[in-house]
Ligand binder design. Structure first.
Ligand SMILES: Nc1nc2c(ncn2[C@@H]2O[C@H](COP(=O)(O)OP(=O)(O)OP(=O)(O)O)[C@@H](O)[C@H]2O)c(=O)[nH]1
Ligand SMILES: [Mg+2]
Length: 421
């Protein structure tokens, strides 16, 4: 296992509790298969443009690297290309920044085609501003890139163009898959179910929660950061009988690389289309309040902060004291199931309160609509019109706007067909 030295910074007023500060970076390193053997923290007001940290610290790090034969020095922040290069000149070990580390984990975790394309897009966007004459010359020497520059074009320009072309290609491919998925979805559902997105900090227990809801272990859950990258959607029956879709998606983290947010745009956009957001928070984590803020920040960035968000505090089984219940917050354990029913009932009543009263007449050839209405809303009264020769039934129903539109559309299409025949 590769050995790493972690580097963090704090501003002057902040506590420099190294262990606490770098705990998350250590977990990230561990997740990507690197063992932390030491760490240093420096107090700085603003990053040094040359080395990010102070020059004195660079030499301190160099010494530790030589003494303990450190393989990699991992910074808790994103470094500029210049800082990275300068550090590499002075320190004998590999220099890795937080963004690179997170990108590595995403690359290891990406299982589906679209996740792989999104991760590669983020990687290319990270690499583009970091290309230098020196790095591409080195790459050429080692025969890594091995293309010849045209007349009047420097090697670095050729490399830049290649990366830009690849970025354009990846964006197009991701769009294509997204478009295809949307078509599939609209084909599958003539009466759309409401969507509940489960969001939260990485390792909050989102996948465990979805597995509990479905009673199956079909979603990969693990005590690792970014265990899930691909969104998974499952149909779940709420108390009261209504079906909704729950979606488990990629977790968030402090200083989530902007390249990843941009590349995972289509995955994250799914959240903005949901009818309700369940924000799962690991209350057993000491930093849960900060994590909560981080998640709210990302939701804002993707434009999902206008949606209704319910806070659900998870892993309550690990707490010694039961937290005070407040009206809008929920406390549960996705592992034991305690508190889950209360949350589901609240979701169910929220959706029910949004239903509108409508009256419709259904012809004999549209009885299949009844089961659709049942899964999307409620039938309040059913009056078969006994004297009607066509066997119409009058229904009084409660339905949400989205499905009401869909039902009207289905009825008019069927009417047109029956008139035509
Ligand atoms: N004690 C306890 N552990 C839990 C609970 N919920 C989840 N866990 C554990 O927390 C770890 C992370 O759970 P996941 O469900 O993978 O978390 P996630 O939010 O999907 O994480 P990412 O996919 O990495 O973003 C696993 O080891 C779970 O067993 C809970 O209610 N109580
Ligand atoms: Mg997960």
């Amino acid at each position: 296992m590769a050995k790493a030295l972690l580097v963090g910074t704090v501003s002057k007023g902040q506590k420099d509790n190294t262990v606490e500060l770098l705990k998350e970076l250590e977990r990230l390193a561990d997740t990507s298969g690197i063992k932390t053997i030491d760490s240093v923290v420096q107090k700085i007001e603003k990053p040094n443009p040359k080395f990010f940290i102070g020059e004195g610290k660079v030499f301190e790090i160099k010494k530790i690297c030589e003494e303990k034969s450190v393989d990699a020095v991992i910074f808790d922040n994103e470094l500029t290309a210049t800082q990275q290069r300068n550090l590499e000149e002075h320190i004998p070990s590999r220099i890795i920044d937080r963004t690179r580390l997170i990108l590595n984990i995403f690359a290891q975790r990406a299982r589906t085609k679209v996740a792989q394309l999104q991760v590669e897009l983020a990687e290319k966007q990270y690499e583009l501003p970091r290309l230098s004459d020196k790095s591409t010359a080195l790459a050429q020497q080692r025969g890594v890139i091995g293309i010849r520059a045209g007349f009047g074009e420097r090697k670095i320009e050729v490399d830049r163009r290649k990366i830009k072309d690849r970025i354009a290609y990846l964006k197009k491919e991701i769009e294509k898959i997204k478009f295809h998925r949307e078509i599939q979805r609209s084909k599958r559902q003539d009466v759309p179910l409401q969507i509940v997105s489960i969001v939260g900090y990485t390792n909050a227990g989102k996948s465990t929660f979805l597995n509990f809801l479905t009673g199956k272990n079909s979603v990969y859950a693990d005590d690792k950061l970014f265990a899930t990258l691909d969104p998974t959607t499952r149909k779940v029956k709420l108390p009261g009988g209504k079906f909704v879709l729950f979606t488990d998606t990629v977790g968030f983290i402090k200083k989530l690389p902007h390249q990843l947010i941009a590349a995972f745009k289509s995955t994250l956009e799914e959240i903005t289309k949901s009818d309700l957001i369940i924000h799962l928070i690991d209350i057993s984590d000491k930093n849960y309040k900060d994590n909560e803020k981080t998640v709210m920040g990302v939701l804002k960035e993707i434009g999902a902060d206008k949606l209704t968000v319910i806070n659900a505090y998870n892993k309550c089984d690990l707490l010694k004291l039961k937290p005070n219940h407040s009206e809008n917050d929920f406390y549960l354990s996705a592992k034991t199931g305690a508190g889950v029913q209360e949350l589901l009932s609240a979701i169910s009543s929220k959706f029910e309160s949004e239903l509108k009263y409508k009256k419709i007449s259904i012809p004999y050839n549209l009885f299949s609509l009844i089961s659709k209405i049942k899964s999307a809303g409620k039938i309040v009264r059913y009056n078969p019109q006994k004297n009607d020769p066509k066997g119409y039934a009058e229904l009084e129903i409660l339905i949400d706007e989205k499905n009401w539109g869909q039902i009207q559309k289905l009825m008019s299409e069927t009417n047109e067909k029956s008139y035509a025949s």
